[in-house]
Write a protein that binds this ligand. Structure first.
Ligand SMILES: Cc1cc2nc3c(=O)[nH]c(=O)nc-3n(C[C@H](O)[C@H](O)[C@H](O)COP(=O)(O)OP(=O)(O)OC[C@H]3O[C@@H](n4cnc5c(N)ncnc54)[C@H](O)[C@@H]3O)c2cc1C
Length: 378
């Protein structure tokens, strides 16, 4: 690929590839079937220093660039999209602390997350606030040295295991995106309840739950960024998050391509491998072309972030294109597998179910189009 990786990036990529093949791939089917959280894998990722890849070493992170992080997510997702999203959200929790946190907050919370002493979560969505993230109704009311938080967050990845959650709540009476503040909620200090555990179509090894805050007292010093600027904190975090989800989608799409190539060469019908049929060749050609484009878009967005340049447009574009690529071609990959692809346990069947969520979380495809058009029509 004409997007040269540095020696360090190549090394991270090949280590992640080996790890994913050896440690992640053998568990993927069970994780999906039984909805098991990849606990052992997360511990091993921590031992390898991969639970805080782009976070500086002074906070216990890997000190690598964001592109390296995207390479790791792609390799994990190729084998198990659940494992990839668990790590992506755990890492997403660190980025707003790094950008908006005080030195004290960084010194306290980042090492906990990078060393995986706690799992991270990001709590923005509510029943009435999905795409319309400014409609958050969870409240945070100042009472002495604490904010008292009340409300219910929905669909929170890592919700049941999270020890540190970046939470968006309303501190002001202003409507919409104004009056929202971000908090770092440490469960051991400010307990909250885990509500409904969602039974999902895909990424079943990542746990998605409600989080219920009932008079949850969070120290004032855990406000992340300025009071009233929580929407900005959330959107900045999501720019990074979208590159991670785009990389996850590229991993899924690459797996679809590899499965399609090997199956179409093996499967004989009408006396020849089905790969000899033009209909199959064209499906595979389109898949290869789109995966290549999606990967380049992810690397472009990550590289702009690494250069300290604006990357909102590129992150949304990469997320939109990569997720639609994963969805479209997972359907084609299943088609190439015929009836065998439709049977539970077939890898392409899992890939198709996993691909769908990449078009929904961290902003639906429609929301990405709103972000893109808002940028180019300015
Ligand atoms: C498995 C999973 C994990 C998740 N993890 C997290 C998490 O860790 N943290 C978190 O905070 N959230 C999380 N979410 C929530 C996720 O980000 C939201 O589901 C997503 O943003 C969409 O919100 P919604 O489901 O309320 O859909 P809605 O906003 O109700 O959208 C419904 C449909 O309407 C469309 N739509 C909405 N508004 C517009 C518009 N203005 N123009 C055009 N079309 C529009 C949408 O694109 C969609 O097609 C997760 C969700 C899932 C399913």
């Amino acid at each position: 690929m004409g997007f040269p990786l540095t020696e360090e990036q190549q090394l991270i990529q090949s280590s992640a590839r080996d790890f994913a093949l050896k440690e992640v791939a053998p568990l993927a089917e069970k994780i999906d079937r039984e909805g098991v959280f990849p606990a052992e894998t997360m511990k091993k990722l921590a031992e390898l220093g991969l639970t805080g890849i782009p976070t500086p070493t002074e906070y216990g992170g890997g000190g690598a660039d964001f592109l390296s992080y995207a390479l790791v997510i792609e390799e994990l997702a190729k084998q198990c999209a659940s494992t990839a999203v668990v790590l992506a959200v755990h890492t997403l929790t660190q980025s707003p602390i790094l950008v908006f946190g005080t030195e004290k907050q960084k010194a306290k919370f980042l090492p906990m997350l990078t060393h995986y002493q706690v799992l991270g979560g990001f709590a923005l969505t509510e029943a009435g606030a999905g795409s319309d993230a400014g409609a958050v109704s969870t409240t945070a009311v100042l009472d002495g040295d604490h904010y008292v938080i009340n409300g219910t967050k929905m669909f929170i990845t890592n919700g049941d295991g999270a020890g540190v959650v970046i939470l968006m709540a309303r501190t002001g009476s202003e409507p919409g995106t104004k009056g929202i503040t971000a908090f770092i909620v440490e469960k051991s200090v400010s307990p909250f309840e885990v509500g409904k555990h969602e039974d999902k179509m895909g990424v079943r090894g990542s746990h998605t739950t409600e989080l219920i805050f009932k008079n949850c007292r969070v120290p004032k010093e855990n406000v992340l960024g300025k009071v009233g600027e929580g929407f900005k904190v959330a959107m900045t975090a999501l720019d990074c998050g979208r590159v991670g989800i785009a990389a996850q989608a590229v991993g899924i799409a690459q797996a679809c391509l590899e499965e399609s190539i090997s199956y179409s060469k093996e499967r004989h019908q009408f006396g020849k491998p089905i790969a000899a049929k033009q209909a199959i060749k064209w499906m595979i050609a389109d898949m290869a072309k789109d995966v290549m484009a999606a990967r380049l878009m992810v690397r472009n967005a990550a590289s702009l972030k690494d250069q300290g340049k604006p990357f909102t447009l590129e992150a949304a574009s990469a997320k939109l294109f990569a997720s639609e690529t994963a969805m479209k071609h997972s359907i084609k990959a299943l088609q190439i597998h015929g009836g065998y692809g439709y049977i539970r346990g077939a890898k392409v069947e899992r890939l198709m179910r996993d691909a769908k969520i990449t078009e929904i979380y961290e902003g639906t495809s429609e929301v990405q189009r709103i972000v893109i058009s808002g940028n180019v029509l300015r």
